[in-house]
Design a protein around this ligand. Structure first.
Ligand SMILES: Cc1cc2nc3c(=O)[nH]c(=O)nc-3n(C[C@H](O)[C@H](O)[C@H](O)COP(=O)(O)O)c2cc1C
Length: 176
């Protein structure tokens, strides 16, 4: 057996924590975990995960829906309770129904909480999926959004693997 592959089996590199009330985030989380060849046990639902019982790992990928141009309160509280030094780095993926400017500051509180614990942030990205709030977009738009987000998974996984930080967010870094 190749020593590296044994290590990878014993110490999987990625932990995925997702919050997904209506399933869009979970869909993308599963695709990303598969692309990164991460076992399904490393995909954890945020609402059933106790931050203090998390095991150390190399990279936490936190995926959350955008609610009112923000991360949901549950997600902010979870990040506030995350112990220090659990991960070498963290990636944030917010999933809304648009990638427009109005969602631009969505991750700022999460970044602030993580920054206080000296976590370095690699990805800080927004993807768009169908609207799941009272009304729905037309079917053809929904299909376009799903296809576009799915097509970005390979690139995001490469950037997670290579630890290529998001450039789009560098401006908001300065405001922390
Ligand atoms: C209460 C609520 C508020 C939302 N606010 C926003 C928003 O501010 N910006 C946005 O792009 N999408 C917003 N959405 C749409 C969701 O973020 C989007 O449908 C997301 O993909 C849902 O993910 P989920 O299926 O994993 O819950 C909102 C949805 C809900 C239910």
């Amino acid at each position: 057996m190749i020593p590296g592959s044994y290590l990878q089996f014993k110490f999987p590199m990625y932990t995925f924590i997702y919050f997904s009330p209506t399933g869009n985030v979970l869909h993308l989380a599963k695709l990303l975990a598969t692309e990164l060849k991460s076992p399904v046990e490393n995909l954890l639902p945020l609402e059933f995960t106790e931050p203090k019982q998390l095991e150390r790992n190399e990279h936490l990928v936190l995926l959350y829906p955008i609610h009112g141009f923000n991360a949901p309160k549950t997600v902010k509280q979870f990040v506030k309770s995350l112990p220090r030094d659990l991960y070498e780095c963290v990636s944030l993926i917010g999933v809304g129904c648009s990638t427009g400017w109005a969602n631009g500051a969505v991750s700022s509180e999460l970044r602030k909480s993580l920054g206080k614990k000296d976590y370095s942030i690699i990805l800080d990205e927004i993807l768009a999926m169908p609207l799941t709030f009272i009304m729905s977009f037309p079917d053809d738009l929904n299909l376009k959004l799903i296809a576009l987000s799915e097509s970005m998974i390979a690139d995001l996984s490469l950037r997670i693997r290579e630890k290529i930080a998001s450039k789009r967010r560098s401006g908001s870094n300065l405001k922390l």
